[in-house]
Design a protein around this ligand. Structure first.
Ligand code: NAD
Ligand code: 6OD
Length: 486
């Protein structure tokens, strides 16, 4: 059986004690392979390698050369495109078009875009007056933070891991990555590209394993890690923040969401139905930016619910390789149990089930997979757990609203504040809504349309800090001021 190795100091290695854990396929639950299970010694070795690389060729490398190497990484990903797509499909079970058109190309872009930003973005400078009239010049320089710990989730594993590794390396840091235990393969595959294009050993390291009391925690508590960048659940963010407090390490957190999709009566109806469908059900609803609360202006409510129902009932379940399949399984049996527990809870809370609510009937070879139906409810109060809590599955609750003020209050009445999507032809209304809703990212007449130069992150309990464009530079570098008396 295939074993996925760590990648430490440029070499593919088993765990120090030889221990592995099993990875199963989301589509049919068959064992796919074994994965090295990281120990404290593995994390120590990876952090030491990362520290040494900072003092070696990588640390001394001129920016131009670093930028060229990161372009080569992006090209290397593109040259191994089919391998990355296959690894991501096997790990997640998601449809080929999502992985091949959205997730893997973003992996390459994450290296290219941040390399270009680092090369082109200036730092600030100020001339100041001094009592002797000669003045002084202040200018800022950026230095890498050092060894960055990267902890990433399973829902878009390659996109989300490289979204952090790309800018971290572009800024001259070295990284130790702890990918999700559910999706180990693209992180290790990236090690092959790193070696091929000549990234020095120790710059990019991967240690696999679990979170609490395991590789994840060994990394976040390691005293020689200078900063931690994390994407995952808010609850995990709380644990990591406590770990980072020891040693006063900087954190960047991209956390959970319970995002509102808002549909005004004047919207382009078909575009809104398709947009909300994508935002609620793409990647089987496992997108932090996805919509789980939909608010539709009353005149459109019945028509909208009916159209979204039809759209859900036309999904084609199947393996990523099955022609025409456009809907995959959840990531794991454990996540399926969680999502189905919310499906049951919705009914006990008094929901009207519009569609779905259970497990689809699948052919025998797929029946053991983590399949659940896309699900829509109406009729719940905002206090229902299903309306308040992040489910991270293919489901949404739809409620009617009358006024702008009412829907702003509804959208904001949640502890999360990651994103929202607004559908209206009235741009004045869209501007007012965007300013009033407490989220990090607002999309108008679109969803998940990404320009990597823009600030990305969550408000309230959806995160700390912003990444993207120069905001990534803010996190991945220390800005120092130099003051020269003239
Ligand atoms: P998770 O928090 O369970 O795990 C994420 C990573 O953290 C994994 O690698 C895991 O092993 C590790 N981990 C868990 N406990 C840890 C600990 N105590 N110390 C160190 N590491 C630990 O999240 P998940 O289930 O993999 O991903 C789904 C969650 O991620 C959802 O809540 C989703 O909203 C969120 N998410 C947010 C964004 C965003 O940009 N805001 C993007 C994607 C996913
Ligand atoms: O597009 C991105 O940069 C990003 N971080 C997307 C997050 C998707 C969450 O599931």
């Amino acid at each position: 059986m295939h074993t996925t190795s760590h990648f430490i100091n440029g070499t593919f290695q088993p765990a120090s004690n030889g221990k592995t854990f099993e990875k199963r396929s989301p589509t049919d639950n068959r064992p796919m392979g074994l994965v090295a299970e990281g120990t404290q010694e593995d994390v120590n070795a990876a952090v030491s390698a990362a520290r040494a690389a900072l003092h070696g060729d990588w640390g001394r490398m001129p920016t131009d050369q670093r930028v060229a190497l990161l372009h080569a990484v992006a090209d290397g990903i593109t040259q191994r495109f089919d391998d990355f797509v296959a690894a991501e499909e096997a790990d997640t079970g998601q449809p080929h078009h999502v992985i091949a058109h959205a997730f893997v190309p973003r992996g390459a872009a994450n290296f290219k875009v941040f390399a270009d930003i680092v090369k082109n973005v200036p730092t600030e400078s100020y001339m100041m007056d001094t009592p002797d009239g000669a003045g002084a010049l202040n200018y800022a320089i950026r230095k890498p933070k050092g060894v960055v710990g990267v902890i990433s989730p399973w829902n878009a594993p390659f996109l989300l891991m490289t979204w952090k590794v790309g800018p971290a390396l572009a800024c001259g840091n070295t990284v130790v990555v702890k990918p999700s235990e559910e999706t180990p393969n693209t992180a290790t595959l990236l090690g092959e590209v790193m070696n091929k294009v000549g990234i020095p050993a120790g710059v990019y390291n991967v240690v696999h394993g679990f979170g609490p009391d395991a590789a994840g925690e060994f990394l976040t508590t390691h005293e020689d890690v200078d900063a931690i960048t994390f994407t995952g659940e808010t609850r995990t963010g709380t644990a990591i923040m406590k770990a980072a407090a020891n040693g006063i390490r900087d954190v960047s957190f991209e956390l959970g969401g319970k995002n509102a999709g808002i549909v005004f009566a004047d919207c382009d109806f078909d575009a809104a139905v398709e947009g909300i469908f994508r935002s609620a059900f793409m990647n089987t609803g496992q997108v932090c930016l996805g919509t789980e609360r939909v608010y539709v202006q009353r005149p459109l409510f019945e028509r909208f619910v009916a159209a979204l129902k039809v759209r859900c009932e036309t999904v084609k379940y199947g393996r990523p390789s099955d022609a025409g399949s456009n809907y995959g399984p959840l990531i794991s049996q454990e996540h399926k149990r969680k999502v189905l527990s919310y499906y049951a809870k919705a009914l006990t809370e008094g929901a009207t089930l519009v569609t779905g609510g259970g497990v689809p009937s699948m052919p025998a070879d797929l029946s053991a997979g983590a399949w659940v139906q896309p699900t829509i409810w109406t009729g719940l109060p905002e206090t229902a757990a299903v309306v308040r809590e992040e489910i991270f599955g293919p489901c949404c609750h739809i409620r009617a609203f009358d006024s702008e003020a009412e829907v702003v209050a509804l959208a904001n009445a949640n502890r999360y504040g990651l994103s929202t999507t607004i559908w209206t032809e009235n741009l004045k209304c869209a501007h007012r809504m965007a300013a009033a809703i407490d989220v990090g990212i607002t999309w108008v007449n679109s969803w998940f349309l990404r320009d990597l130069r823009t600030p990305f992150g969550g408000s309230k309990q959806s995160g700390i800090g912003r990444e993207g464009g120069v905001h990534s530079l803010e996190f991945y570098t220390e800005t120092r001021n130099v003051c020269i008396k003239l």
